[in-house]
Design a protein around this ligand. Structure first.
Ligand SMILES: [Fe+2]
Length: 408
């Protein structure tokens, strides 16, 4: 049986089936491990892990009171459901339609990928990093998000496998733009932090590429080296004139954690400026939903549950709620099953209710074949294009459905 336990109950002889920290560089090769000594326990603690899953059939059990994985997931699901029932979505009102914005968003996203690729290449080769070249691109991204943030959120989901570092940089940058819009930040500050999102991992170009891309277990030294990307990036940017203070915050603070378990400074709670707390949330959300060479990204709806769960320790809980109310309980790109038996992908958030996004229906789950795609606004009643209900979200990978085909 899989049980969820707080890390202080972990003992030698227990079998960890999941460290419950998909976002963490932790010192274990696999996500499962037989805990053989107090040393192993100490390493789990040192990695900042607060809760994890053990398999009681493969190792020692824990005393009474620990919930099973299903019970824990059901509880998180209930809490999110409760939030969804009582809270209004924080989806900013679109000024233009999604269809109208898509092309501009596609161009802006592609341009930003090219720019960060060049900037990172310069950083890697020790050349002068001309951050100012990113300005026009940043302005286009922010303008697109202001017109209709769903378009940029869709671009994130179309990302391909290659060049994760560049795509992740632009992903974080676009999500920071819509997060900043939701918390009503003023426009100049938004431009600064979006630039910060774009360059947040630039220090990785100063980390030995062999360590950065190593598919095997990292030793303590290599882990320290990877973590140094924050300080390396910060040093690099401080050498340049005219980088706004706010633009440094996503870079310097995105690995700090609300409970103090992050790095490089181990800041805690409100010691972390709000932009840093926002950057930590979007960095993890983008990372765990992205496809990597060695693993598939998780469903956006599952990522929402994970972030909610982790916000008990690692993220600012209130800010996490704001973020989730803006991306939705079923964010853009989520494959959902409807009561009618049809499957579809979420293409736009509802302005009125977190549980009723616009879904592009394209698969008959009962007869198991594709159907002509049709957009269904779940917030509208039967007869006016709505009249269905989400019953669950599905793994697109397991269903063998290529989501990006239906997001274009
Ligand atoms: Fe990072």
């Amino acid at each position: 049986m899989i049980k969820k336990i707080p890390v202080n109950l972990l003992e030698p002889g227990m079998y960890v089936s999941d460290f419950n920290a998909g976002w963490l560089h932790h010192p274990f090769t696999f996500n499962s491990l037989m805990i053989s000594s107090e040393d192993d326990v100490a390493r789990v603690l040192a990695a900042g892990i607060r809760e994890l899953f053990i398999d009681t059939e493969r190792g020692r059990d824990v005393g009474d009171g620990a919930p099973t994985a299903q019970e824990a997931a059901a509880e998180t699901g209930q809490q999110i459901e409760q939030m969804a029932m009582t809270a209004r979505p924080l989806t900013p009102e679109p000024r233009v339609s999604l269809a109208e914005e898509m092309n501009r968003a596609r161009l802006a996203f592609g341009e930003a990928v090219k720019i960060i690729r060049n900037l990172m290449e310069d950083a890697r080769l020790g050349r002068q990093v001309e951050v100012v070249t990113a300005k026009p691109s940043i302005e286009k991204i922010v303008a697109s998000v202001m017109r209709n943030s769903s378009a940029m959120m869709t671009m994130r989901r179309l990302k391909s496998l290659d060049d994760y570092t560049f795509l992740h940089s632009v992903g974080v940058c676009t999500m920071l733009a819509s997060f900043a819009k939701v918390v009503d930040m003023e426009i100049n500050s938004i431009h600064d932090i979006v630039l910060g999102g774009l360059i947040h991992d630039i220090g990785k170009m100063r980390v030995a590429q062999a360590v950065l891309n190593k598919p095997a277990r990292l030793n303590e030294e290599e882990l320290r080296h990877i973590k140094s990307h924050v300080v390396l990036g910060s040093d690099l940017m401080h050498q340049l004139p005219g980088i706004p203070v706010l633009a440094m915050q996503p870079l310097e603070l995105h690995h700090e954690r609300y409970d103090g378990s992050g790095y490089p400074k181990g800041l805690k709670g409100d010691e972390i400026p709000s932009v840093g707390r926002m950057a930590a949330i979007v960095d993890v959300y983008d990372a765990i939903t992205s496809n990597r060479v060695y693993r598939k990204g998780i469903s956006p709806a599952l990522a929402v549950q994970k972030l909610f769960e982790w916000s008990q320790h690692h993220f600012d809980p209130e800010m996490t709620k704001v973020f989730l109310k803006s991306v939705g309980i079923y964010p853009i790109g989520t494959l959902v099953r409807l009561e009618s038996g049809r499957l579809g992908v979420v293409v736009e958030q509802s302005e009125t209710h977190l549980l009723t996004p616009v879904v592009r229906v394209m698969y008959d789950g009962r007869r198991q074949h594709y159907i002509a795609p049709e957009d269904v606004d779940l917030s509208r009643p039967v007869g006016s294009g709505g009249g269905d209900r989400i019953v669950s979200f599905e793994s697109a990978e397991k269903m063998g459905i290529d989501i990006s085909r239906f997001l274009q």
